[in-house]
Design a protein around this ligand. Structure first.
Ligand code: CP
Length: 293
């Protein structure tokens, strides 16, 4: 049984298969009902717009049935543990469970029960494997080749599961990563090049990936004033200029703090392309985990 907790659960060959299948799904006019009569549960203990809808649409495009358990109305509110909730869902014989939770290690713990393929849709600050895979697909789609690409990740890196998964995955494909953040947002335990000024990297990268401040993971406010933060780290017409680079962001974007309105509207912004690609990449991931493994 194959689970997807981090991208390290996948071999290079499996990742290449996901990228190839995702491209095929994107080019296909009519989706194929590969997962007809399959049942998936989605279980999101943290808010989501993109990942939850994208998984649901991906599963439905492949013909699967999806049942969403709303944690705020579930019996976890009566004191049932998440582990027991999971055991009870598995007793209904699903073909997979998609889970998002603030606990870094819960998805791994549940997958170790080996009851059903478990897909991590975001675990704390630890991992967001499907986001990293859709970002990799977006890079490959735009540049053709990944080896030697240079990307700057900018923002609240230390608290970001997107950054954590991107760093783990992109390195396997020869992508060179630089980190740009103020000291409170910069991870300490990394050998990657670190910068505190955007202008020190912009002339030497192909891609800038912006990340929002992860307020939900801050014990106390990190900055009193995000306008001051934005004056240093927001991607704007002024600092991006006419450079031949692309702009990425996993969403949700804090407009004019992470990226300005003008740059979001610029054709170099891939923010909505990432969302579209997420659908096809998640179709490919579901195919791999539920059919091919
Ligand atoms: N990128 C991402 O995880 O977005 P959501 O939180 O809306 O799912």
């Amino acid at each position: 049984m194959q689970h997807l907790i981090t991208t390290d659960d996948l071999t290079i060959k499996q990742i290449e298969q996901i990228l190839d299948d995702a491209l095929r799904f994107k080019l296909q006019k009519k989706p194929v009902s590969l997962l007809k009569n399959r049942l998936l549960f989605t279980l999101f203990f943290e808010n989501s717009t993109r990942t939850r809808s994208s998984f649901e649409v991906a599963a439905k495009r492949l013909g699967a049935n999806v049942v969403h358990l709303d944690p705020s109305k579930s019996s976890t509110n009566k004191g049932e543990s998440v582990e027991d909730t999971f055991l009870n869902l598995c007793a209904m014989l699903p073909d997979g469970v998609i889970i998002r939770h603030s606990d870094n290690h819960l998805a791994k713990k549940l997958s170790d029960m080996n009851l059903t393929p478990l897909l991590n849709a975001g675990s704390g600050s630890y991992a967001h494997p499907t986001q990293a895979l859709l970002d990799l697909f977006t890079l490959k789609e735009h540049f053709g080749s990944l080896d030697g690409l240079k990307i700057a990740i900018v923002g609240d890196i230390v608290n970001s599961r997107v950054a954590s998964s991107a760093i783990a995955l992109f390195g396997r494909f020869g992508i060179k990563i630089s980190l740009v953040a103020p000291e409170p947002f910069m991870p300490r335990d990394t050998n990657l090049p670190k910068f505190d000024k955007l202008e020190d990297v912009l002339d030497d990268v192909d891609v800038v990936m912006s990340l929002r401040a992860q307020f939900e993971r801050h014990n106390k406010p990190v900055f009193e004033n995000y306008e001051t933060y934005a004056s240093h780290y927001c991607l704007t017409k002024e600092n991006i200029g006419s450079r031949d680079i692309i702009i990425m962001h996993p969403g949700p974007v804090m407009r004019n703090i992470d990226i300005s309105d003008e740059i979001l509207d610029d054709k170099r912004s891939k923010v909505l392309t990432q969302v579209t690609n997420g659908l096809f990449v998640r179709m490919a991931i579901l195919k791999l985990l539920l059919l091919d493994s």
